[in-house]
Design a protein around this ligand. Structure first.
Ligand code: TRP
Length: 335
């Protein structure tokens, strides 16, 4: 039996932060030898909310380079850019036509984002999950690593595939049903300025997050200023102390220590002792990623060649699935 196929993606909106890393990319890297992996930069999703054309291309390259810098290994994984493969847009259109409108208006993330956009809600925002379904279904993905916030989109993907197979499959499975791959516990990283909300690219405060490419002085400053409390000693799991829980969790994740070890080490500490320790640990853990990132960016033409290879490999698979779908829908394919 061949390896199972994994597909996942990140949007090129802003820099990646340590929440993206610990919650997603680090897990992809850890498990990559077990699977055949496809990681894309979902730049078509990036324009579902107002975006800046001047930075879209460089942001896309940055994410691809960060995949490599974080340890995505081309022996096991393919890295590509969504917009480089036209089949993503084309399958989205075909799936749109079999997706009931109310499935999309019911999506929690759409409702939340639409409220934030106010007057300016584009059709693309509503259609976002169908594009995501196309990303996944094009590759016959077996498993899709997602966080809680994307589970509903994965269920929708399955519903669309079931509906398509039922209406057009003639008893055959044309589109494979993907399974979610839910992340390990403890990898939910919260904001540095509010321990009850998730660390997010869209938080207006830079102080709320640490980016993978932040230099040491920025990391030092952010941790110095992060929200804490005045209770003595440090502890996990006290609902009254979400910031304390989050910072200890970060320390454990970046130092590869268990919760038990972190508890023993830090329970007597005050913030004045813990903060420099956490700062040093994060700076050291990010150093190899930042060094590799610079190497990838400095080597003329390297990233382009990685993405061009990715495009060919992913494109060949996507093209086959698209052809199957079009045939099932009754299209005659051009010779
Ligand atoms: N919607 C995902 C997110 O914001 C990104 C994404 C797009 C994705 N297409 C995907 C994730 C396909 C997994 C598989 O996190």
């Amino acid at each position: 039996m061949g390896k199972k196929l994994i597909l996942s993606g990140v949007q090129p909106t802003g820099n990646l932060h340590i929440g993206n890393y610990l919650g997603a990319i680090r897990n992809w890297v850890e498990d990559q030898e077990k699977y055949d992996n496809f990681f894309c930069v979902v730049d078509l999703h990036a324009i579902t909310v107002p975006h800046n054309p001047a930075t879209l291309a460089t942001d896309t390259y940055t994410i691809a380079a960060l995949y490599l810098a974080c340890g995505i290994d081309l022996n096991y994984s393919t890295i590509f850019v969504q917009s480089h493969i036209a089949a993503h847009s084309e399958l989205t259109w075909l799936l749109n036509c079999i997706t009931p409108l109310n499935w999309l208006t019911d999506m929690i993330q759409f409702k939340e984002k639409a409220v934030k956009q106010g007057e300016n809600v584009g059709t693309g925002l509503l259609d976002y999950p169908v594009l995501m379904a196309a990303d996944i279904l094009l590759y016959d993905a077996d498993k899709v690593p997602v966080g809680e916030d994307q589970k509903q989109h994965l269920e929708l993907t399955r519903d669309i595939a079931i509906r398509f197979n039922h209406q057009f499959g003639g008893g055959e499975t044309i589109l494979k049903l993907p399974e979610p791959l839910i992340k390990k516990e403890g990898a939910r990283v919260m904001s540095l300025t509010d321990g009850t909300s998730k660390m997010s690219k869209s938080d207006p405060s830079e102080l709320s997050r640490i980016n993978l490419l932040d230099p040491p002085d920025a990391i030092t400053k952010k941790i110095k200023r992060c929200k804490t409390d005045s209770v003595k000693g440090l502890e996990f799991d006290n609902p009254e102390r979400p910031e304390c829980h989050n910072l200890l969790t970060l320390y454990g994740l970046f130092s590869d220590k268990t919760k038990q070890d972190v508890t023993t080490e830090c329970q007597e500490m005050g913030w004045g002792q813990f903060k420099p320790l956490l700062t040093e640990t994060i700076i050291e853990a990010l150093k190899p990623i930042q060094t590799k990132y610079k190497e990838v960016m400095d080597e003329q033409g390297y990233l382009e060649s990685v993405l061009s290879e990715g495009r060919q490999k992913a494109g060949a698979i996507a093209h086959q699935t698209l052809a199957k779908v079009k045939t099932a829908l009754g299209y005659s394919l051009p010779i």
